[in-house]
Design a binder for this molecule. Structure first.
Ligand code: GLC
Length: 812
């Protein structure tokens, strides 16, 4: 960044082996360590001086490094070389001695990273240059405004509350990016994590088209290169390092309804009963800061929320879960036990001169816990107990950049920050707990460490249950602890449009469980904008409607009966897709794959797919092209190579091509990729309700395909011990339109009763014959049997879990 003077560390003076797959390098005044992992990921740590700082990885929740068994050897020119050829990846790592450079190549010899020009500033900040090619695209960096492809941008990652301005940085930066390069050998994706906790800076081929220049802001350099070649391979390796989204409880995948302004128990009860009376599927109700006594976290206002336990029990009766907001700012009030305890436990951050650090948030003057200390995290976790005892199911961590201000003006209910936050004299523990450092050095960890505390407590207080935590801020790996939402957006069309690249950027940065506030947080939403937003939002990984009290009401019925019906339809579709969506989360836990994916993630070879930023893939099967313009009743969209089938009209298209489709206010253009098998169910009011039809398999012929159906109890962690079921699904598409659908033998220890299954083959003419397990089926809606109507063949039978196959032979 401007203002720092850097001195180069440019010559390799000597080296020694430093354990398996690792070497320590003397760079004359600086020390570096290069480590290669079993999966081909390469880590470079470097710092000025004679010793590397303590490795903070584990202290911030990184996963153990699995070292490669290979060793570095010296080259003739004094440089080094290591070849790692393991089952998970093959890389060649080379070190040039002078000038010092680190090169990583993949199995095919394609360059994965060329790093050089390492330099350090007096305060320990490191800078390094990554050589890039002119055709490359760059994605990630967490939550960003603007385009998905970040080439040409200067990314400053300092987590902060942008206070409703469309300006980066935002609440949640992730110093990771995915590179998509096109070379003679085909597509090559790779990834880079600069694991800096201080605000970092990336010049993404902005000043120099051939380089990404990275600056850590402090603590030397800790950088990882993750090989591809496909984007999915990069994400698998990156998340093996920083962690993946643990399987969420199924209810957390339902719709969440929230508002800053549900001011008392009556308001919450009214929303709950309206949602049920109007049959609008919803699982979760959020309680914003309104519920607290004078904004004291962990408290309930005795007048407005006199009986939280009774309230949550009644909500549970109706199938609702409650999520409650927890801000890190603790009101300075010596009469109040949480503050007093925190003071006694020395849990709060202090200034350089030893005085307590204070900032202003909703409760006025507040103290901030120092979450980098394990004892403070534990203390903080304990404070949640009264919330759990009252029956709260999940915690919403807001304002955790941390956000606040140093002076405000209160006008009635409104609090106007009139001077921004000043953290310049604030200290925090360093994550290894070896002493206190300037807050700025560890600022970007604040939200992550808070969520880590919250999650750890929820896990210990409710053993065997899957917690739900939602966060506004975070760092690389936040997905291990929390789902994230994109903070305070506005009820405006550009904010709806921008939510797509923003959520895709987060998804590619590892945060799979993400969503934007449906309908927009600030300003008042129009009926049409709400309709379009809920259509898209209902397909977000995390689907929450939220708004602020100054804006018009934003419940699905607030916009008249037509829009209410649209909201119901959108949320019913989400509930129908629940088995598929749930499966995407199971896969994300297993492999780090995102739930929302840019088109290029599925079609990396297609250059046109990489430029699409207003469409997305929901998993591998469904392409969503939402309407993002006021008044639009049709939209143009891009279909990547292959056959596509309209989700609601079975129209068949062959890509690559641009098409224009009708999109009445009631319609969201969604296309299924030929060869996909999408597990659905009949819609339910909430995840806890048993669907009338638990297993409806939507099959889209036109290509071969495979998928999996993932099932478990949806709430406990018993799936980790095998109490889960996985059914392999296959589709064979044969010449002449014959097709075979196979539900493989169910794997896993989950006991499932025999159940009715309906297989729906889309875009399929009336067949000559349909067989189930080799036996010819009769036409009719009784099981076993099939119907053929309106271009769909539907087969009904009882699934025993032992494996079944269906053959459909078309009419001659
Ligand atoms: C912040 C949050 C918002 C919340 C409000 C009041 O602005 O981003 O979601 O409603 O604070 O708690």
């Amino acid at each position: 960044m401007q203002g720092r003077r850097y001195a180069a560390a440019a010559r390799l003076g000597g080296w020694r082996a430093a354990g398996p797959g690792a070497a320590q390098l003397d760079l004359g005044g600086a020390l570096a360590e290069i480590a290669v992992a079993e999966d081909g990921s390469v880590r470079l740590r470097a710092a000025p001086g004679m010793a590397l700082p303590a490795d903070p990885s584990e202290a911030v929740g990184r996963l153990p490094w699995r070292a490669a068994p290979a060793a570095f050897r010296e080259r003739e020119d004094g440089g080094l070389r290591l070849d790692q050829d393991g089952p998970e990846g093959a890389v060649r790592v080379e070190v040039d001695p002078a000038p010092f450079a680190l090169r990583v190549r993949d199995r095919r010899g394609a360059s994965l990273a060329e790093l050089g020009e390492l330099a350090f500033a007096a305060d320990g900040a490191g800078r390094i240059r990554l050589a890039v090619s002119a055709s490359e695209r760059f994605f990630g960096f967490g939550e960003r405004h603007g385009p998905l492809d970040r080439r040409g941008r200067r990314e400053w990652l300092r987590n902060r509350d942008p206070a409703l301005r469309s300006r980066d940085p935002m609440y949640l930066g992730i110093p990771f990016f995915l590179r998509l390069a096109r070379g003679p050998g085909g597509i090559c994706a790779s990834g880079v994590l600069l694991d800096a906790f201080a605000p970092s800076h990336f010049d993404v081929a902005a000043s120099d088209a051939d380089a990404v220049v990275m600056e850590s802001g402090g603590g030397g350099i800790d950088l990882c290169v993750f090989p591809g070649p496909r984007p999915a391979d990069v994400l698998r390796r990156f998340t093996a390092r920083v962690g993946r989204t643990p399987r969420p409880p199924r209810w957390a995948l339902g719709h969440h309804q929230s508002r800053w302004g549900y001011g008392d128990e009556r308001a919450i009860r009214r929303i709950a009963s309206e949602l049920r009376a109007r049959r609008i599927p919803t699982d979760v109700l959020h309680l914003d800061i309104d519920h607290m006594r004078g904004y004291r976290v962990f408290s309930f206002d005795p007048k407005r929320f006199p009986d939280p336990k009774g309230l949550f029990a009644d909500l549970a009766q109706q199938g609702f879960r409650a999520v409650v907001i927890v801000d890190p700012g603790v009101k300075v009030d010596p009469e109040w036990s949480v503050y007093r305890d925190g003071e006694q436990a020395d849990a709060f951050c202090r200034c350089e001169d030893g005085r307590p650090y204070r900032l202003r948030v909703w409760p006025g003057e507040s103290a901030l816990p120092d979450f980098n200390r394990a004892a403070v995290r534990e203390w903080w976790g304990e404070q949640h107990r009264p919330l759990l005892d009252a029956g709260v199911s999940g915690i919403w961590n807001d304002m955790n950049e941390p956000a606040g201000w140093s002076r405000d003006l209160r006008v009635g209910r409104v609090m106007l920050p009139i001077r921004g936050q000043d953290t310049s004299r604030m200290l925090q523990s360093d994550p290894c707990e070896r002493g206190r450092v300037a807050h700025e050095q560890v600022r970007n960890l604040y939200g992550l460490q808070e969520c880590r505390a919250t999650r750890a407590f929820l896990e210990s207080a409710n053993p065997g249950r899957r917690p739900f935590v939602l966060s506004r801020s975070g760092h690389a790996g936040i997905q291990r602890y929390a789902a994230v939402w994109t903070g305070d957006n506005r009820s405006r069309w550009p904010d709806l449009r921008e939510s797509i690249p923003m959520l895709l950027g987060l998804s590619l940065s590892g945060a799979a469980f993400c969503g934007a506030d449906i309908g927009g947080f600030a300003l008042s939403c129009s009926p049409e904008l709400y309709a379009r937003w809920i259509q898209l939002g209902a397909l977000q990984p995390f689907a929450r409607t939220h708004s602020m009290w100054l804006s018009r009401a934003q419940e699905p019925w607030s916009f008249g009966p037509r829009v209410e019906a649209i909201a119901r339809q959108a949320l019913c579709l989400r509930m129908r897709l629940m088995p598929y969506l749930y499966g995407l989360f199971c896969e994300s836990e297993a492999s780090g794959s995102p739930v929302w994916r840019p088109l290029f993630y599925e079609f990396p070879e297609d250059p046109d797919a990489a430029a699409v930023e207003d469409q997305l893939m929901l998993g591998p099967a469904l392409l969503v092209a939402p309407v993002l313009e006021r008044g639009a009743r049709e939209r143009e969209l891009y279909l990547p190579p292959g056959v596509w089938i309209g989700w609601d009209d079975d129209a068949r298209w062959v890509g690559p091509r641009r098409i224009r489709v009708a999109a009445a206010l009631e319609r969201t253009p969604i296309f299924a990729r030929a060869g996909s098998l999408v597990a659905t169910q009949s819609p339910v009011a909430h995840a806890g309700e048993a669907p009338e039809e638990p297993c409806v398999l939507e099959v889209f012929p036109g290509a071969d395909g495979a998928a999996e159906l993932w099932e478990d109890d949806g709430e406990s962690t018993a799936y980790r011990e095998g109490a889960a079921a996985r059914t392999p699904l296959r589709l064979w598409h044969r010449a002449g339109g014959r097709l075979r659908v196979e539900l493989g033998r169910r794997e896993g220890d989950l006991e499932l009763a025999e159940r009715a299954v309906r297989v729906v083959v889309h875009a399929c003419p009336a067949p000559r014959s349909v067989t189930l397990d080799g036996e010819r089926l009769r036409e009719g809606s009784a099981a076993p049997g099939y119907t053929a109507e309106e271009g769909r063949v539907q087969v009904r039978f009882a699934d025993t879990g032992g494996g079944h196959s269906i053959e459909v032979d078309p009419a001659p």
